[in-house]
Design a protein around this ligand. Structure first.
Ligand SMILES: NC(=O)c1ccc[n+]([C@@H]2O[C@H](COP(=O)([O-])OP(=O)(O)OC[C@H]3O[C@@H](n4cnc5c(N)ncnc54)[C@H](OP(=O)(O)O)[C@@H]3O)[C@@H](O)[C@H]2O)c1
Length: 278
């Protein structure tokens, strides 16, 4: 690779959206640096001395904050990172944010204030939370207990998010835009778990629980109390119906329909990830 070739840093580059962004950029021959605590150079949100080495020589960056842009205090860290990125010569920043969450909107503002060419990609509940995050254990156990009542959510596939992010990182016309990405239809959590049950031919159910019960079930499985409380708080904040709508963003940006939950459930069931002993 020529030293002057523009390069893209993909944070959370081993995570649900980031690893798909990395794969898509590599397939397009875009030079990529994976942002991860295990990469070389390593990138750690909790150690800001790792930020500059990761940013050096980069032209663009995908900013997916860990643990979550909607968690308390995220905006301060994301803002400091965005400012440093611009100081290091990064021209383009694409931020992943949560639809309808106050702290995530503060993250958006911090990136907009950085002076970079910015694009915000907002997403609903990521479908792959059921197979590539903590929910996978609940699905395997057959009872998915969440403080989400009977709210309708436009479950959003990580493949769609990644493709919109790639368009914003590599294409023109995305600067200064908020891409509000959703799946093609609304489902309740009971609907979603029912789809997974059908696809796996297993008995499984969604159980609406209080935030307190959700927190104690997480901490009982070893999840740190602070993380559990923030996650429950986020669910209470956004699962009140404010996200119960679908957008045409995927169709508009990518010229194809968003991936449907039924297709996700069928393809994921075939991998065996939800098998009881999996
Ligand atoms: N989950 C949802 O439903 C949802 C919905 C809308 C928006 N979002 C946004 O999505 C973003 C997360 O993206 P994602 O779901 O694609 O990621 P993810 O699957 O949660 O993956 C996070 C990645 O971050 C890395 N990581 C963990 N701790 C880190 C640290 N201290 N410093 C640097 N990297 C660290 C891990 O990689 P290593 O272990 O390799 O370091 C991991 O692969 C959040 O900011 C959230 O606001 C999520």
């Amino acid at each position: 690779m020529a030293a002057t070739e523009p390069t893209t840093l993909v944070l959370a580059g081993t995570g649900k959206t980031g690893r798909r962004v990395v794969a898509g950029l590599v397939a397009r021959d875009v030079p990529v640096r994976v942002g991860s605590r295990r990469a070389e150079p390593p990138f750690d949100w909790q150690d800001d001395t790792t930020w500059e080495p990761a940013l050096r020589g980069m032209d663009a960056a995908y900013v997916a904050f860990y643990p979550d842009a909607a968690f308390r205090g995220a905006a301060r860290t994301v803002g400091a990172f965005a400012d440093l990125a611009v100081a290091c010569g990064v021209r383009r920043l694409v931020l992943l944010a949560d639809r309808g969450a106050a702290e995530a909107e503060r993250c958006e503002q911090a990136v907009r204030d950085s002076g970079a060419e910015w694009t915000v990609v907002r997403a609903g509940f990521i479908t792959q939370n059921f197979s590539e995050a903590f929910l996978v254990e609940l699905v395997r156990a057959g009872v998915v207990a969440l403080p989400a009542g009977d709210v309708a959510e436009p479950f959003t596939d990580a493949e769609d998010i990644a493709d919109v992010v790639i368009a914003a990182l590599t294409g023109n016309g995305h600067a200064g835009r908020i891409h509000d990405v959703t799946g093609p239809r609304l489902l309740t959590f009971a609907d979603a778990v029912g789809e997974i049950a059908r696809a796996t031919r297993r008995d499984m159910r969604y159980l609406p629980v209080t935030p307190e019960r959700f927190v104690s079930s997480l901490t009982g499985r070893g999840v740190p109390a602070e993380y559990a409380a923030q996650l429950a708080g986020l669910m209470v904040e956004v699962f009140d119906g404010r996200r119960a709508d679908v957008t045409d963003t995927v169709e508009r940006v990518l010229g194809r329909p968003p991936r449907d939950f039924t297709e996700y459930a069928r393809e994921t069931a075939a991998t065996g990830v939800w098998d009881a002993g999996g």
